[in-house]
Design a protein around this ligand. Structure first.
Ligand SMILES: [Zn+2]
Ligand SMILES: [Zn+2]
Length: 186
């Protein structure tokens, strides 16, 4: 049994030194301090569903040998990825929803840096605020501040992340109902 290099970002399975694994093509997913590594394409798949990259693919990479890794850690505080952006294994276009509905293949809209998009997407409102307000009003007669929707969106993202991890552990590419944690009793 080979020694563990890093754990899969999605399912937390160990990735041994020297093992073939997948990394994300998006640069912000490969920050040297906290690189995202995936044991399988399906684990990367669950990550990409979460990150909602506009355009991303899994890149096959090889983990460093233990000797190389330790030597690298001795000389630099942060690890260096050995990802070789050679042949994309899987290519996936996610969220093709440009304002004009223009397909990304034909020259793209220029202003869309994948990097920034991921950050913006993370702050999206995930709840229907009017329906949430109506629920609170109907149930309690209380009104509700708009910012409540932001906090609820944070909760939803956390629940989605947990569901993604559950689907990843089951080696599925689809998040199912059973992956979603049950709501607390009311
Ligand atoms: Zn995995
Ligand atoms: Zn990514």
């Amino acid at each position: 049994m080979a020694e563990t290099w890093l754990k899969c970002t999605a399912c937390k399975n160990p990735i041994p030194f020297g093992a073939t694994h997948q990394v994300c093509s998006v640069s912000t997913c490969n920050r040297p301090r906290n690189p995202m590594v995936f044991c399988t394409v399906s684990c990367w798949d669950s990550h990409v569903a979460d990150a909602r990259h506009r355009e991303a693919w899994a890149v096959e990479a090889r983990a460093p040998s233990k000797a190389a890794w330790e030597a690298d850690h001795a000389s630099h505080p942060s690890p260096v990825m050995t990802a070789v952006p050679a042949a994309p294994v899987v290519r996936r276009i996610v969220g093709d929803s440009g304002p004009t509905g223009q397909p990304p293949a034909s020259g793209s809209s220029g202003s869309s840096t994948t990097v920034n998009l991921a950050d913006v997407v993370d702050r999206d409102m995930l709840v229907v605020v009017s329906k949430m307000k109506k629920y609170i009003k109907d149930r309690s007669g209380m009104s509700c501040a708009d910012a409540v929707g932001d906090v609820l969106s944070e909760h939803l993202r956390a629940i989605c992340d947990e569901s993604i991890r559950a689907a990843g552990r089951a080696e599925r590419k689809t998040v199912l109902e059973r992956d979603v944690p049950r709501p607390p009793r009311r």
